[in-house]
Every structure is written in structure tokens, then in C-alpha cells.
Design a protein around this ligand. Structure first.
Ligand code: SF4
Length: 258
């Protein structure tokens, strides 16, 4: 049987016993210690392979460039990539860390145009980055990236956020010159019910609705009814367009818990 000892330079030396003479075939464990031990005990193979494949996983990095609330586009990407078996990491820093692995795919999402000043550094640290979000000129959407509609969100990277977040509708009736919403989303259209946005028990009945134009689509009456019936507290994070408030919409706002 072989024995081993550590040399001064830290390498491991294998010493063969008398039975392994020059010209003789060394035992299996000397030729390939890993293979021979696995071959003798097949049950060891599974954890070895699992570790091997885990080490080879496709690595995805998601960078939240700005914003305090969870980033829905990144949550969607996280959900989709994890469903593909990829390893996903979400960070809020804009510099590469000494211990960062090499990522196969990198996305950076910015919601404010002022965040453009961070892009050169991000691009320098991760040359394969794809920028997106309302703070960029890139009209790319998650759906165009993955090739289909996708309304699944992964909250895993925001463990301290217990509320539920989403859009009941997309688009806007107005066309403010400085805004990319009309260009990216067009006229208002229904997207999600209140009950679908809520994560369900045990999460609180508190919602962050990100609609740019909550009253822009006729489905708003259904959403108000769902909010009241479900006893939800709602934060309309993007605000309400006061230029288009009517008596009916004002009464609806007064009827819900905010
Ligand atoms: S109202 Fe708001 S979302 Fe609509 S176009 Fe103007 S800035 Fe954009």
C-alpha cells in the first residue's frame, strides 16, 4: 500500500511499498486514487458527480444599479435562469469584487437615467454586461431576452422584503417627452390581477403597485374591488396623474387602505 508524506515545499509525495517495483503496474489507487475508490464503492459516485456538476453550473450575475425597491426585471430574470438550473447572484455594488467568479452572463438594470454615470465602470469590470431598464436607452425587455411572456418573480434575493410588488397594468395614456414608458410599453393594457401579485400567506396583505398609470385602463375598477375585498394595504409607488383625476377615481382612491 502506498503511504504519503508532505515535502518541505508543501507537495504530497507518494511512497510505494516493496510490492510496487519498477516495471510493475502500480495499484489502481496509485494510478488514479479518485477513480479507483469510486469504482470500489459506487455509492460514492453520486456526491462526487453532484459536486462536479455544481462546480460547472452556468453562472449569472444580476446587478441592481439603483432603486431601493426590489427590481422586478431582475426578479424575473432570476426566476427564469434558476428554472433553467443556472446559478444566479444578485448584487447592488457596481464594482467587481476580488472573489467574484467569472460570470457567463451579466445583466445590469437601472431605472434612473442619472445612473448612466456608473456604466463605464460596470462595463470595465464585466465586459460581457447587458444594460437594461428605464434608465437606459436600451429598449430590451425580459420577454425579448427569453423569447416569451413571463410573469414569474423570484423574491429570493430580497429576503428582508416581505411585501408583494408588481404591475396591474403597463403603459401610459400620456406621452411626456422625457419618458420612455410610452415608447417601451405603449398604451395602457391589463397585466395582472391583485390576487396574482400578492404572494399569499404568510406574507402580509401589503402591495407595492408600480403602475405608471393605474387608472389608465378600464380594469382599474376590478383592481379596486379586489383591493377592498382582499383587505389589502396598497402603496401606489409611481404616484397618480392628478391631471386626469375624476370624481370617480378620487372616490376609488379614498376607498382603499394606503
Ligand atoms: S405620465 Fe408618467 S409614465 Fe406617463 S408618459 Fe408621463 S412621465 Fe411617463
Amino acid at each position: 500500500m502506498p503511504s504519503s508524506s508532505q515535502s518541505k515545499n508543501g507537495s504530497i509525495d507518494l511512497h510505494l511499498s516493496n510490492s510496487t517495483k519498477r516495471g510493475q503496474q502500480p495499484p489502481d489507487e496509485v494510478k488514479n486514487p479518485l477513480r479507483s475508490s469510486v469504482a470500489r464503492k459506487p455509492r460514492r459516485l453520486k456526491p462526487v458527480l453532484e459536486h462536479h456538476y455544481a462546480m460547472m453550473k452556468y453562472e449569472v450575475l444580476l446587478i441592481q444599479v439603483d432603486g431601493k425597491l426590489p427590481n422586478l426585471a431582475l426578479m424575473k430574470l432570476a426566476h427564469w435562469h434558476r428554472s433553467q438550473g443556472h446559478r444566479v447572484t444578485l448584487i447592488r455594488r457596481r464594482r467587481r469584487d476580488l472573489f467574484d467568479p467569472a460570470y457567463d452572463t451579466v445583466y445590469a438594470s437601472a431605472i434612473f437615467s442619472d445612473s448612466n454615470k456608473f456604466f463605464p465602470q460596470i462595463k470595465s469590470d464585466w465586459p460581457n454586461v447587458t444594460f437594461g431598464g428605464t434608465g437606459t436607452a436600451n429598449p430590451l425587455t425580459v420577454e425579448s431576452l427569453i423569447g416569451k411572456d413571463y410573469e414569474f418573480y423570484d423574491y429570493h434575493d430580497y429576503p428582508d422584503f416581505t411585501e408583494s410588488i408588481g404591475f396591474t397594468k403597463r403603459g401610459c395614456r400620456l406621452s411626456c417627452k422625457f419618458c420612455v414608458v410610452p415608447q417601451k410599453e405603449g398604451k395602457p393594457y391589463f397585466l395582472n390581477s391583485i390576487n396574482n401579485i400578492w404572494r399569499g400567506a404568510p406574507y402580509p396583505r401589503k402591495l407595492h403597485l408600480l403602475d405608471n398609470d393605474f387608472f389608465g385602463h378600464e380594469s382599474w375598477r376590478d383592481h379596486i374591488r379586489e383591493i377592498i375585498d382582499g383587505n389589502f394595504h396598497v402603496c401606489l409607488s409611481q404616484g397618480i396623474n392628478v391631471r386626469m383625476i375624476t370624481t370617480e377615481t378620487a372616490e376609488a382612491l379614498a376607498s382603499i387602505q394606503q
